[in-house]
Design a protein around this ligand. Sequence first.
Ligand code: HEM
Ligand code: HEM
Length: 180
Amino acid sequence: MSSTDLKSRYAASSRWMHWIIFALVLLAYLCINLFELFAKGSATRANVLASHFVAGIAVLLLILPRLWLRLRNGQPPISPAPPRWSELMGKLTHLALYAFLLIQPILGVITLQIKGRPVELFGVTLLPSFVGQPDRALAHQFEEIHGTIGEIFYYVIALHILAALWHHFGRRDDTLKRMI
Ligand code: HEM
Ligand code: HEM
């Protein structure tokens, strides 16, 4: 990467992280919305649901390295510079997205642990259940919170994507180019 590249785009590691995590979040959402299409008790249904868990756990494993890279590499300036309100909106949205990427999978893992359910994909146990005594009522409460946050972030993610498109096609600045 040339030095001009470093100033005008996110570092390659940060760009990779952004798009890998994007794909994992998309996979998590697809699996949770599709698993009920398969017959109850079928292996396919169980594996599609387990893929939701695995994609989410992968997000959790990547988010701390991603934040560390972001802090180390910094953020390239947007050219031409956006108005103050738009900069602030971006900062708030990104903060919310980072909080989501950290908290949402943790809530998912806690839910499964309290249910006493391991994560098993194609018959292989990837995350055992460590809780001896399941508590279905408490697990249900965590599942509700996890579900509500999942619903809310459809809108936050949509806002984020629309903002990226507005920067690119509306303002015609380099916001999106810095991330690809
Ligand atoms: C980026 C990560 C994740 C996102 C965006 C996400 C999102 C969602 C959404 C939208 C639902 C559906 C809620 C509903 O329809 O009521 C859901 C359900 C669920 N998620 Fe996640 N989730 C993530 C990670 C995880 C992880 C890591 C686990 C556990 C290892 C997990 C466990 C669950 C469970 C147990 C349910 C309920 C499934 C059922 O209906 O049987 N999630 N999640
Ligand atoms: C088509 C989908 C997406 C597009 C086009 C897109 C585009 C972008 C762009 C252009 C930036 C740079 C913004 C700036 O520097 O002001 C960015 C940053 C960011 N994106 Fe996305 N994004 C997408 C999906 C997602 C998803 C699904 C997530 C997470 C759920 C996400 C999380 C983030 C975060 C946390 C940042 C902040 C990076 C930083 O620390 O500066 N993005 N995205």
